[in-house]
Design a protein. Structure first.
Length: 461
């Protein structure tokens, strides 16, 4: 054999995914990404993602699950956990003691939450105080149009949906310092240039008539009361989130990418959901999709991946078949569907090129995440990685291996360790993202589609 032949036979040589697709697949990629962009625009918060997920699921024949209901092979059920976490299942032809095929993603994204007592007036300008949620770079959130989404719960039992800034509605903004007066600010690091207490949303400047104090604040509160029927005290029991007022859009002259807020991790959440909805017939093993909340702050709480809600859902499914839940979990497989960092040549110094994910090379498999020597990682076994490679190859999925930057450059985590802690074989897989955690992130359309195909392969295996 010639050297060329040995090289082709022995060496790992990843190829750009566009070189491995045909015209039919390119059309499928565009169709899928059109629907994904619509999902992003409808799901600016975790609550809205759950609502949109339920709408799509019910259109696909899924029914709400109630404890004790009889389940048969092929049944499609979902559970809405407090409006902020969604669990779905398609019952397989095999009983659950053979395990389940699980895809778990999260639907929360970095954002700015209103504080419990947010409204104030200073220099005849009205503002909302915020508390940032998740890992953000604070300087990225100033001087961009923002909208406010969420709910206000009142003591009379009402839960009021709030939407401010959608479409042609007026937007909110956080001010920054003009460069003419920024000499001292310029001496600070990026992390210090804008601090958390400066992330205040500008609301209004027109005062009510009269001589009283806080006339602008009162005017703003009057507008909110007239539209939504709540008072300032009701902010104490509100969940209101400031998110970028942008729609998902194609990026690049070739339209090969998508720019949007919330790719992390709705790009994987939609893939996991859509793949379950697109399953044809009855899968061999029960297919389960988990769309969890709170990943960006540790996956704690009643709607995070550490909640007993997942365990209870799986136990209920198992009990309907007379199966012990532990017998199911120990034979299950989970694709922890979360994004990874895409290699960016503008910041190449923090990436290790040989192990960095790249745009258009497919879904990124991460054997481990974590930081400081894999701390906080489940570290999938060699056997689990080999199994994942096999099912993706058999399904014709374009995939790549990925690592989150250089060893000492930083790191991050996903829900993988919480699934693995339940005695479920788990590996991370997701879409490579440019500008992760920024108010506007970029992904490759091909990678989005291949992640969907990967989820489908897991459910079908």
């Amino acid at each position: 054999m010639e050297t060329k032949d040995w090289k082709e036979k022995l060496l790992y040589q990843p190829k750009n995914g566009w070189e491995r697709t045909d015209a039919g697949q390119e059309a499928a990629i565009e169709d899928y990404c059109r629907d994904y962009k619509a999902f992003l625009d409808a799901g600016k918060t975790e609550r809205l993602c759950v609502r949109e997920g339920i709408r799509l699921a019910e259109a696909g024949g899924f029914k709400p699950y109630t404890r004790g209901m009889a389940l048969q092979s092929g049944d499609k059920v979902y559970l809405n956990n407090r409006g902020k976490m969604l669990l779905l299942a398609v019952i397989g032809s095999e009983t659950l003691d053979h395990g389940a095929q699980i895809a778990a993603a999260h639907i929360d994204s970095p954002r700015l939450d209103l504080k419990p007592n947010p409204l104030y007036e200073e220099a005849e300008l009205a503002y909302f105080k915020t508390h940032y949620y998740g890992g953000i770079r604070k300087y990225q959130w100033v001087t961009i149009p923002l909208e406010l989404r969420g709910v206000v719960a009142t003591t009379d039992g009402r839960v009021v949906d709030v939407t401010i800034g959608e479409g042609d509605d007026p937007k909110l903004v956080i001010n920054d310092l003009l460069p003419h007066l920024g000499a001292e600010q310029n001496k600070k690091t990026l992390a210090e240039g804008i601090n958390g207490e400066q992330l205040n949303l500008l609301l209004g400047s027109r005062p009510l008539a009269g001589e009283e104090s806080d006339r602008v604040k009162t005017a703003v509160m009057k507008l909110l009361y007239e539209k939504y029927g709540f008072t300032e005290e009701d902010f104490i029991s509100a969940e209101l989130e400031a998110v970028p007022a942008v729609k998902a859009t194609d990026i690049g002259l070739d339209r090969s990418m998508i720019g949007a807020y919330g790719h992390d991790d709705r790009v994987c959440a939609y893939a996991a959901l859509r793949a379950l909805l697109d399953l044809e017939g009855t899968p061999k093993k029960t297919a389960v999709c988990v769309l969890a909340d709170k990943e960006e702050i540790g996956s704690d709480g009643v709607s995070g991946m550490q909640t007993a809600a997942f365990d209870t859902f799986m136990e209920d499914l198992c009990q309907s078949q007379g199966v012990e839940v532990r017998a199911c979990l120990e034979r299950s497989f989970c694709l922890s569907a979360d994004v990874t960092a895409a290699y960016d040549p503008n910041f190449g110094e923090v990436f290790e090129k040989r192990n960095a994910a790249r745009l258009n090379y497919g879904v990124g498999l991460c054997k481990y995440t974590g930081a400081r020597g894999k701390s906080g990682s489940s570290d999938a076994s060699a056997e689990v990685v080999a199994y994942t490679r096999r099912i993706l190859d058999e399904a014709g999925v374009v995939w790549q291996m990925a690592e989150l930057g250089k060893v000492d450059a930083g790191g991050g985590g996903t829900v993988a360790l919480f699934m693995a802690n339940r005695n479920i074989d788990t590996i991370d897989a997701g879409v490579p993202v440019l500008s992760m955690h920024a108010p506007f992130e970029t992904v490759s359309k091909l990678d989005c589609y291949m992640t969907y195909r990967a989820m489908l392969a897991v459910y079908q295996n």
